[in-house]
Design a protein around this ligand. Structure first.
Ligand SMILES: NC(=O)c1ccc[n+]([C@@H]2O[C@H](COP(=O)([O-])OP(=O)(O)OC[C@H]3O[C@@H](n4cnc5c(N)ncnc54)[C@H](O)[C@@H]3O)[C@@H](O)[C@H]2O)c1
Length: 351
C-alpha cells in the first residue's frame, strides 16, 4: 500500500518531536514542511529528512502530492489553514485549540463534513497511560455515577515567551485558558464521559503576566515588544445536563506553592480517581476503611500512546479517531462561554 504523504505547517517548538515521530512511521512519508521562518523550516526539514520546504501554509496546501496535514501554528491561523486544507481534499490533524471562537470552529467542521476528509484535534494528553486507565475505569462503571470533576493545570511561572504570539490577543485569541486550560477541559469532559454542558460561569484574569512576571519560556517564535494582553489565569464551573459539574483552573502565572500542578480528579458515587498520580479511591471493607490503589490496572484503550498513530490508523480505517469533531466543538463552546461570562459577569447558558 502506498504511504500517506504528510505535510507539516509550522516548524516551531511542538513540531520538533511531531516531525520526527511522523517521519518514523512506516505508513507515512513526510514530504513537505511550511513556515514563514525558512530558517526554522529548513532546520527541521534537515533534521527530519523532509524534502520540500514552503514559506507559507497556503503553498503547502496547494501541493497536490500531499494527502494529510498537521497544523501547528499560532492559534489565529488554525481555522483558516485547517479549513483550506480540508477544502483542498487533505486530512487534517490540528493542534489545540480548535479556533479563536465557536463560529470559526464550526466553519472548519463544515469544511470537514463537505470534504469527507478526516479532521481531528490533536489532544495528545488523552493518550497518556493514566488518562487511558481512568477513562477505562469510568467506562467500566468502577466510579459509579461521576457527579463532579476537577480539571486543573496551574503553573506558578510558566508563561510562554512574552511578546511572542502566545501573549498577544490578536494572534492567540486568549492565554492560559486557550493554551493549557483547553487540555484539561477536554480531559475532564472525556474522562467523565459528559459532553452535554448546559451552563458555565467563569472568570479570566490578567494580573501578573502584563507586568512581565512569570515567563517560563515556551515556544520558538520571535519575541516582540507587544504588550501581554491575554489571560494569565482562568477559573470556571461547568454544569452538565444530568446535573454533574466540572471545575476548571488554568494558569500560566499565579502565586501558589507548587511550580506546576495538573491533572483531573473525579468524584463518583462508588469511588474517586485522580490522574496525576494515577490513583483510585474507594471505601474498603464496608466498615469504614478506605482504599487508595496506586496505578490501578485497567486495559489500555489504545495499544499505542500517540495521537499521530491514532490519526494515521483512522485514515486507514483501522481505528476510530480518538477525538471527535463534535467533542472538540463542545470544548470550544465552553471556552467561548468562559470568556463571555468574564465579559458579562453572568452565567452563560450553553444548551
Ligand atoms: N499539544 C500540545 O501539547 C502543544 C504543545 C505546544 C504547542 N501546541 C500548539 O501548537 C501550535 C504551535 O505552538 P508552538 O509551541 O510550536 O509555537 P512556536 O511559537 O514555537 O512555533 C510556531 C511556528 O509557527 C510559524 N508560523 C507563524 N505563522 C504561520 C503561518 N501563518 N503559517 C505557517 N507557520 C506559521 C512560526 O514561524 C513558528 O515557527 C499552537 O497552536 C500551540 O497551541 C500544542
Amino acid at each position: 500500500m502506498s504511504k500517506i504523504r504528510f505535510g507539516i505547517i509550522g516548524a516551531g517548538a511542538i513540531s520538533q518531536g511531531a516531525a520526527i515521530e511522523l517521519a518514523g512511521m512506516a505508513e507515512v512519508e513526510v514530504v513537505a514542511i511550511a513556515d514563514p521562518s525558512l530558517e526554522r523550516a529548513n532546520a527541521l526539514a534537515d533534521k527530519a529528512k523532509i524534502a520540500k520546504r514552503y514559506a507559507s501554509g497556503e503553498e503547502l496546501i496547494a501541493d497536490p502530492t500531499i494527502d494529510a496535514i498537521y497544523v501547528a501554528v499560532p492559534n489565529k491561523f488554525h481555522a483558516p489553514l485547517a479549513a483550506a486544507a480540508l477544502k483542498a481534499g487533505k486530512h487534517v490533524i490540528l493542534d489545540k485549540p480548535f479556533a479563536l471562537s465557536l463560529a470559526e470552529a464550526e466553519g472548519v467542521a463544515a469544511a470537514a463534513k463537505s470534504s469527507g476528509k478526516l479532521l481531528m484535534l490533536g489532544m495528545n494528553q488523552r493518550f497518556a497511560q493514566p488518562m487511558q486507565r481512568i477513562r477505562r475505569l469510568v467506562m467500566d462503571g468502577v466510579l459509579g455515577e461521576v457527579y463532579h470533576g476537577k480539571a486543573f493545570w496551574v503553573r506558578r511561572a510558566g508563561s510562554p515567551k512574552q511578546g511572542t504570539w502566545f501573549t498577544r490577543k490578536e494572534l492567540a485569541g486568549g492565554g492560559a485558558l486557550l493554551d493549557i486550560g483547553v487540555h484539561v477541559l477536554d480531559l475532564g469532559c472525556w474522562l467523565m464521559g459528559n459532553w452535554k454542558p448546559v451552563a458555565v460561569t467563569g472568570r479570566a484574569y490578567t494580573k501578573l503576566g502584563q507586568r512581565g512576571l512569570g515567563e517560563g519560556g515556551w515556544g520558538m517564535s520571535e519575541k516582540t515588544d507587544a504588550p501581554f494582553d491575554v489571560d494569565d489565569f482562568a477559573t470556571a464551573l461547568i454544569t452538565f445536563a444530568d446535573g454533574a459539574t466540572l471545575s476548571l483552573d488554568a494558569s500560566w502565572v499565579l502565586h501558589q506553592k507548587e511550580g506546576d500542578r495538573n491533572g483531573v480528579q473525579l468524584h463518583g458515587s462508588e469511588g474517586g480517581a485522580t490522574t496525576n498520580p494515577c490513583e483510585l479511591f474507594r471505601f474498603g471493607d464496608g466498615k469504614g476503611s478506605y482504599r487508595v490503589d496506586q496505578n490501578p490496572f485497567a486495559e489500555p484503550l489504545w495499544a499505542h500512546g500517540s495521537r499521530f498513530r491514532n490519526f494515521v490508523l483512522a485514515i486507514l480505517g483501522k481505528e476510530a479517531p480518538a477525538v471527535t469533531v463534535a467533542e472538540s466543538l463542545v470544548v470550544q463552546k465552553i471556552i467561548d462561554g468562559i470568556y463571555e461570562s468574564t465579559r458579562t459577569g453572568r452565567e452563560v447558558r450553553l444548551g
